[in-house]
Design a binder for this molecule. Structure first.
Ligand SMILES: Nc1ncnc2c1ncn2[C@@H]1O[C@H](COP(=O)(O)OP(=O)(O)OP(=O)(O)O)[C@@H](O)[C@H]1O
Length: 302
């Protein structure tokens, strides 16, 4: 049974279509990145999955159940972008209260709140109120709240926004650790961070959601080398590349840069390329195998 299935899912606000009709099936597994520019529709998509807003068309099933089904309760956790904590209650009280709403008994709810707070390294701060904690710690409380009841699917909207590098690393580590048993969908503007965590990527722009195929998937048996030269010699190199047996094609964004595609089965291509450069007396600044996720997404759009 699929983790998530959206069929013809769309959302309009008046005349404005924030999410265009979307068909999507996701299976349980490694964390999934949700990437897109401001206003692309990420929060709208999350809000639909959490049943905070009603779809204009289509349906969503989580673990085979419609999202308004009671049996979903406790199987979907979320950290909304603008989530707030109650200043009047300490953090273990707040999370126990939420656990009780999920059906935990009073004692079990306190235990569960303590468990998730310990998971995010706040075991020593259980009786603190939000205003006694730093911004990063509060974000970890909200993250802990999304883990109550060990849900199979956890949606995190900007989990590290406004958080310092230490707290961000801690959140990333917990996601990695928990990914053995839970599937995360994480939205963020920090593509480099998501690239470290997520093997699967959803890209949304102007309400159009699509699954991005990783470079390895989309290029099949093609591999890519990015070459940065010390001087304007990209054309000179390009003219010589046909000498390398596995060479397929090359393109250049500027006179010092080349993207070279070659047959991935030739695993000594980079060494042969370096030998060719040395032979021609051409100096290079950087040679990088493969493209970053940001470069891949950018290349798809252009
Ligand atoms: N309640 C609403 N009423 C009208 N328009 C809305 C509403 N909620 C969102 N929108 C519009 O839908 C579009 C998508 O918004 P959404 O918040 O989903 O984007 P986002 O990708 O999460 O953006 P950001 O990265 O800035 O958080 C935007 O143009 C936004 O103005």
């Amino acid at each position: 049974m699929s983790l998530l299935e959206c069929k013809n899912l769309s959302k309009r606000f008046g005349q404005f279509e924030a999410l265009k009709p979307t068909n999507l099936t996701l299976e349980k597994g490694s964390p999934i990145a949700l990437i897109g520019p401001n206003g692309a529709g990420k929060t709208t998509f999350f809000s639909l999955l959490c049943n905070y807003i009603q779809a204009s068309s289509g349906e969503i099933r989580i673990l085979g159940e419609p999202i308004d089904s009671r049996s979903i309760q406790g199987r979907l956790g979320s950290l909304p972008q603008d989530a707030q904590l109650d200043r009047e209650l300490n953090i273990v009280q707040q999370l126990s209260f939420l656990a009780r709403l999920q059906g935990f008994s009073k004692a079990a709810a306190t235990q569960e709140a303590e468990r998730v707070l310990t998971l995010v390294d706040l075991g020593d701060s259980l009786t603190k109120k939000p205003q006694e904690l730093s911004h990063g710690m509060n974000k970890r409380v909200l993250f802990a709240q999304a883990l109550i009841g060990n849900p199979e699917l956890v949606l995190l909207d900007e989990p590290t926004a406004g958080v310092d590098p230490n707290n961000a690393r801690m959140i990333r580590n917990i996601i990695e650790q928990q990914s053995q048993q839970q599937t995360f969908i994480i939205s963020s503007h920090n593509i480099a961070e998501l690239e470290k965590l997520c093997q699967r990527v959803l890209y949304i722009e102007q309400g159009i959601l699509r699954e991005h195929q990783s470079q390895e998937q989309s290029t099949g048996n093609r591999a890519i080398i990015e070459l940065e030269l010390c001087s304007d010699q990209a054309q000179l190199v390009q003219d010589q590349l046909h000498k390398l047996a596995a060479f397929q094609s090359a393109s250049s964004r500027n006179p010092r840069q080349l993207s070279i595609r070659y047959d991935a089965f030739e695993n000594t291509f980079d060494q042969k390329l370096l030998a060719l450069l040395a032979q021609q007396g051409i100096e290079y600044q950087q040679l990088k195998k493969g493209l970053s996720l940001e470069e891949q997404l950018f290349a798809e759009k252009n």
